[in-house]
Write a new protein. Structure first.
Length: 633
């Protein structure tokens, strides 16, 4: 048991060293002359206006003035840590203040800086030379996870030792036999999942394949648990996932206290954030006055005994008010919500919960899960281990087990904990069937409300555009991502033909939405460019999204078009070998799924051979002889 924890610690160390090496390489190759726009670096940049966001944090506009190359793909995302640097006399100088990306749109980023001194240091840097920005390293996250693994190994209180043994040891889970009234708005498997959560003494797993109502089920399970417990901890690996489940709970009328960096909390949930609630507490005005009075007295050039006594009294009152506000905020909240790493926040020190719910647990590193589990008597996992795994940058660490989540381990070793949600409310039956067979043992069923649903009566749900005869070929970008220009053009032409077939007026009236997906960032950027330049599709622009598979996780669209990119004689498909990623891509579609790809290249892999055969059997399988022939039609 402890061997597995030590292994996780070692793999985390490898991942950190890999990320650190990548950062140092980015620093080493940072430009001394010329312009660079890469996934992890912009140079040169200029600073724009400063402002304050909703959380009263200082934000600066950052602009890249050069031309973004076609194949460029950005790793800058909201919430990512960045560092600014300057080039002075041929030397690179990094500003050692971690800043955070607030938003990004092609040539512009909004970056939150720590405070005004940091902003002044940045402006001073800019005044002395050309400046740039590059991705930084989140040391804190690694430190928290390593600390959590040590605590898991060292904890010896009886209850935790038993929970630990159930999760990664030989002990078997146990269940109560409490009666639970089924909720008529849930289906049988959803009710069964809620019942298992309520009866589990140590752990339960809600396995929610695409479109099966995992969030709905989890909200009900949390609501029912709160009838038995005063407060629960709700976590997820990302801020976006925490905000999503928190918002559903908040809309249900459950009081939520959102813990975390306000910059990373969306505007909807900001009103539930600790900082917002703190600043709007009835006693905050007095606290503000006390703090102002302390600063005023301390500003005097000479302080006597009288002033020191005043400060001590005010500081005592300050502490009383801080504790009072904090405790009232927690006491009035049924759900405390944060990321897994956020559960190590100082506000949660010495706080313990009966139950921790971990949403999207199949995307969470094991060590991150333990960070939250250390604060609870039992844990409920929710997610789907047949969809995207955790993000691991070091391939070696991933292959050796860092990608293998705690939820996966429990699913395999303790199947009695698992309830599969088996009715999906998203996809046409034909779109669902292949995924059901390959990933869920054929157990998924399409609800009658969606089973035969189509964009139009003249339409069909499945189409494969086979480019085997076209000799398109694939290209590799500087960032090692891949693109396929001719396939991208073919996709846009097919989309235009489809719009003409169904009718622009119908698509606009019905607000039919489209998702264009590729596993490769370079192809996504190329497709976005083609879409921007397409006049015919302009009326539908707000109904069309283009992104990577990861970018579409948790989302759905009426029509999905997938560009597979890979086109070579050897059958080398690289990134596409992660079949869970393909499961996510094909299950985003509600009514229409169109795949573009070289069937010969892909069919050299067994999974794709079966997928191609399924489309040949169930859908329209179109062999394209040449791209020019398609254009001429």
């Amino acid at each position: 048991m402890f061997e597995s924890l030590l292994k996780q610690s070692e793999l985390l160390r490898k991942e950190y060293e890999f990320e650190k090496a990548a950062y140092l390489e980015a620093v080493r190759r940072a430009p001394l002359n010329g312009e660079v726009a890469e996934g992890d670096c912009w140079y040169p940049i200029r600073l724009g206006n400063t402002s304050y966001n909703i959380a009263n944090q200082l934000v600066v506009d950052v602009f890249y003035d050069g031309a973004l190359p076609e194949e460029s793909s950005s790793d800058f995302e909201p919430g990512k840590i960045v560092n600014f640097f300057s080039i002075e006399n041929g030397q690179m100088r990094v500003l050692n203040y971690n800043c955070v990306v607030s938003s990004i749109r092609e040539y512009r980023m909004e970056v939150s800086v720590n405070n005004m001194p940091t902003m002044m240091a940045l402006q001073n840097l800019a005044s002395r030379g050309s400046i740039g920005v590059l991705l930084g390293i989140d040391d804190y996250t690694y430190q928290v996870m390593q600390s959590s693994l040590r605590q898991v190994k060292e904890r010896n209180d009886e209850d935790f030792v038993h929970l630990r043994s159930v999760l990664i040891g030989e002990a078997q889970p146990s269940f109560r036999d409490l009666r639970h009234t089924s909720m008529p708005w849930l289906n049988a498997s959803q009710n069964a999942a809620v019942a298992k959560v309520l009866n589990a003494r140590e752990t339960a797993i809600v396995h929610g394949p695409p479109g099966t109502g995992k969030t709905t089920t989890l909200v009900e399970a949390i609501s029912e648990t709160l009838k038995r417990e005063l407060q629960v901890l709700v976590c997820a690996p990302s801020n976006a996932a925490v905000d999503w489940i928190s918002e559903q709970l908040f809309r249900r009328g459950i009081p939520v206290l959102r813990i975390g960096n306000p910059l990373r909390i969306n505007d909807v949930m900001m009103q539930c954030s600790y900082e917002y609630r703190y600043a709007n507490h009835p006693d905050y005005l007095e606290l503000f006055g006390v703090r102002s009075a302390i600063r005023e007295i301390k500003s005097h050039p000479r302080l006597g005994e009288k002033e020191h006594n005043q400060i001590r009294k005010l500081q005592h009152r300050e502490m009383e008010l801080e504790v009072k506000i904090r405790e009232e905020l927690f006491a009035n909240s049924g759900v405390i919500a944060c990321t897994l790493i956020g559960s190590a926040n100082r506000l949660l020190e010495r706080r313990h919960f009966g139950t921790v719910f971990i949403d999207e647990a199949a995307q969470a590193l094991e060590a991150a899960c333990w960070t939250a589990i250390l604060k609870a008597d039992r844990v409920v996992f929710a997610g789907d281990h047949q969809q995207l795994p955790p993000t691991v940058k070091c391939k070696e660490a991933g292959h050796e087990g860092l990608e293998r989540t705690l939820m996966q381990k429990v699913v395999k070793s303790k199947p009695s904990c698992v309830t599969l949600l088996d009715v999906q409310y998203r996809m046409n039956q034909d779109i669902m069937e292949f995924s059901s067979r390959h990933f869920y043992h054929g157990k998924l069923k399409a609800d009658p409300s969606v089973a035969e649903r189509l964009v139009s009566p003249i339409d069909k749900p499945l189409m494969w555009i086979d480019t085997s005869l076209c000799d398109f070929g694939e290209q590799q970008s500087r960032s090692l991502s891949r693109s396929n220009h001719e396939e991208a053009k073919l996709l846009m032409k097919t989309l235009m033909d489809y719009v003409k077939l169904i009718g622009m007026e119908h698509l606009l009236r019905e607000q039919t939405d489209f998702g264009i997906i590729s596993p490769y960032k370079a192809q996504v950027r190329l497709l976005r460019k083609y879409l921007r330049n397409n006049k015919m599709l302009k009326p539908l622009r707000h109904q069309i999204s283009v992104n990577t598979v990861d970018g579409f996780q948790g989302q759905e669209r009426d029509v999905i078009l997938i560009s597979m990119v890979r086109d070579n004689e050897s059958g080398n498909i690289g990134f596409l070998n992660d079949l869970r990623r393909m499961n996510v891509a094909i299950t985003r579609a509600r009514m229409k799924l169109i795949i573009f790809g070289n069937a010969e290249t892909l069919s050299k892999t067994k999974f794709y051979e079966k997928l191609v055969a399924y489309f040949e059997d169930r859908g329209d399988f179109v062999k394209v002889n040449s791209f020019q022939e398609t254009l001429d039609k």
